[in-house]
Write a protein that binds this ligand. Structure first.
Ligand code: A2H
Length: 253
């Protein structure tokens, strides 16, 4: 944990029916996986959401219409940041684990894939962000390796009940150009560093450092409304737009 507060954008990934059985009938309310990201400008390249199989999540009332699935800790923080139906008091409609979420179908803001799925990632920390991560394998080394693991290891898919059609059709989408690393900078750096799996924590931390810095300072958007703009310019514009149309909220911790 750093000393500086971290400012996340929470992306509202809409859960398409059928909802998890533990949730019962939500009576016309909207259900979202609430994913915390530092890179809202990458949302075009989403291929899936990540959840921790053994992680504990809850479905919380954010307002009269929206229900968010996230960690209890994030729900409490959000309640103190004016995002709870009852101020300063999270209301949990159902307790869930990551296992309950695997395979949910999602419609996520700006994603070029119309429907994406919730899948297991083992390196998710439940005490950071919301415990839900949206996956952008073109620009996030962790996402690239976790996707690669599930695609290349049928036994891993079987272990977590991941159906082939939730993962195999999803390719890395080029969304940002970085001079040194091309159009899929996470893939480039993971290959250069010969990273074998999502478990190589130290190498992945180094890969993340390189791509995060270069992506922000030297990246150019390849897609979307702000194509050809620098990432530095596009990022606040895309974030503001998502906030304005109600598809994201800000969250700090
Ligand atoms: B980022 P920081 Cl394209 N556990 O979003 C593990 N990782 C988590 C998390 C958790 N509980 N909550 C959020 N994250 C991820 C996009 C992205 C991200 C790209 C490139 C880099 C990148 C798509 N995934 O992060 O430790 C989320 O992934 C590299 C820093 O608070 C979030 O932003 O600095 C980032 O880690 C927050 O990490």
């Amino acid at each position: 944990e750093g000393v500086q507060p971290q400012e996340y954008t929470i992306i509202k990934m809409e859960v398409l029916p059928p909802f998890p059985s533990k949730l019962g009938d939500l009576e016309g309310r909207k259900l979202f996986l609430a994913a915390a990201t530092l890179r809202p400008e990458t949302m075009y390249g989403q291929t899936n959401a990540w959840v921790l199989p053994d992680g504990k999540y809850g479905a919380f009332e954010i307002n009269d219409t929206d229900v968010f699935i996230l960690s209890n800790r994030a729900a409490l923080n959000l309640a103190y940041q004016k995002h709870s139906r009852v101020p300063e008091k999270p209301t949990c409609l159902a307790e869930l684990t990551g296992y309950d979420l695997i395979g949910l179908s999602l419609k996520s803001p700006l994603s070029m894939n119309d429907i994406i799925y919730a899948l297991p990632m083992l390196s998710i920390l439940m005490d950071k962000g919301t415990g839900i991560v949206t996956s952008v394998p073109s620009d996030a080394p962790d996402d690239y390796m976790a996707l690669h693991d599930l695609k290349s290891k049928p036994a891993l898919r079987a272990k977590y009940g991941v159906k082939d059609e939730w993962i195999l059709p999803f390719e890395v989408i080029p969304i940002i150009h970085v001079p040194e690393f091309g159009n899929k900078c996470a893939e480039t750096v993971c290959l250069q560093m010969k990273i074998k799996s999502q478990n190589e924590k130290e190498k992945l931390a180094e890969a993340k450092k390189q791509t995060y810095l270069k992506g922000f300072t030297e990246g150019t958007m390849l897609v979307g409304e702000f194509a050809e703009k620098k990432v530095q310019e596009a990022k606040p514009l895309i974030r503001s737009k998502l906030l304005e149309i109600g598809q994201a909220i800000m969250y700090s911790e």
